[in-house]
Structures are given as structure tokens and as C-alpha cells.
Design a protein around this ligand. Sequence first.
Ligand code: ZN
Length: 263
Amino acid sequence: MLYRDVMHDSVLRRLRETFHERFDRPGVVEQARSAGQLFAGNYSPAATVHQGFGGSLIGIGVMHDLDGEIVSVGGTTWRVPVDGTPVRVGDNETIAFGVAAHGGRRHRVAVPAGLDVDGTLGAVDAYLERHHIEHEQVVCALRVEGTFRDVVLRTVAPPRYEGETLGEIIDDEVRFRFDSWAGVMIGFRFPDVSSGDTIPGLHLHGISDDRASGGHLRNMVTADVVMDLWVDELHGLRDSAKTTTSESDGNVDFARYEGPVTE
Ligand SMILES: [Zn+2]
């Protein structure tokens, strides 16, 4: 209910009514664990793969003990360990963090060739704006499928010592570079404003058509792609290992750890 609670302003309420008229009931996004908890170093099981992704349309996350970034498409879930080759995971394996989208109405969004990550975010936001939806008031689930160039995917390794933060681990992330790449990128456009519970902006994980590569998307340029978008609401956080709020919650440099890289 994170976003429902902050909508008190009349303009936002009007936007929301418009949104309901146009899109009927929005889909639902469920998240296991707050991002702040994860970044502070809580890699314990927050949910099983089944709890996190069962019955979902798409999902992203990271395994318990950071044993690979997660890509879940249509109920099949893979982790990408440090060697870069996706591995199917079972329902009873556990995740440290996960976000999954369940249904809603699908929208097909035109995405021209030549868009980088920021350009793709711009295409999503322009679509929302044309439909009078304020991107700070919804969560969009996204699926971008086709061919890409200049792709950089990354994954993370388990912590080397107790208490290593996710930021420290991501500073040593493993990157995989592809001049051309064919597959599906899935994920979310979350509001830019985050209390630390959610990861702001565009967040995509990919898996290639040949299932030989995948991970968290750092860079890409679209070639020939189609994008589907679902306008959703975030419903609560599930966390079976809830601990007290860390001081670092809300203080994470998400752009540095999750966004495009320059070198
Ligand atoms: Zn990610």
C-alpha cells in the first residue's frame, strides 16, 4: 500500500480517477523485502521462489546469499550465477529479494531502434503521459523483447564476509558485454521518488533467447524490439525475515549501483 498512502493531493486524486476510468483495475506488483534491507546486507531468505514468482507474469530479484540475479518469465525462473550462464531454479529455493507482476491489462508501446536505457525510460514515460498517467503514482511492469546491441549485463557474487553491503559487492560486479544480443528484458518502471523500500526508475533483467546469458541490465541500445507494459499498483512487502529498519534505508545511491555504466 506504499503509494495509496501518499496520494492525498487533489490533482493526484484526479489523475488516479482518470487512470481507473481508462485502465479498469490495475495489475498487482508484489515485492519480497525492502530494497533498503537488501542493500544494507540482508541476503537471508525473504521468500521461496514459488512465493515470490509463482503465477506471475514477470519477475526479477536476487537469490538468497546473492547466488545470482533472478529473471522470471511466465512462471519459469532462472538465476544467473557469476559464470554468466542462467540456471533454472526450483520452487522451494529461496530469494533475498524479488519483485513480481501479476496480470492487469497489457499495452503495446512503440519503441524505435537506437534507444539506450534512458531513452527507453523516456519512451515509457511518454506513453504514460499520453494516457494521463503520472509515473510517480504507479508501477509499470515491462517486457521488451527482440534484438539489442551494446548490451551490458551484470550479476553479483555471494558476500565474501559477514556484513558486506550490496553496494560493496556491486562495486565488484561481473559484467557480460554483447555487441548484439537477442532475448527478453523484463522488469519495472518504479517511481523516481523512493523512500528506500523500492528501487527507483527503470530496472530490467534479461535472458537471451538461447538461454546462454542473462543478468541485471546495465546498458543496451534497442535494435528491433516490441514492448509490452502493464500499469500496476504495488501491494505491500513480503518479508519472512523482517528485521528492524537499517539506518542506510533510503540512503542508497541506486543510480550508481543499478543504472547505466560509462566505461
Ligand atoms: Zn536488478
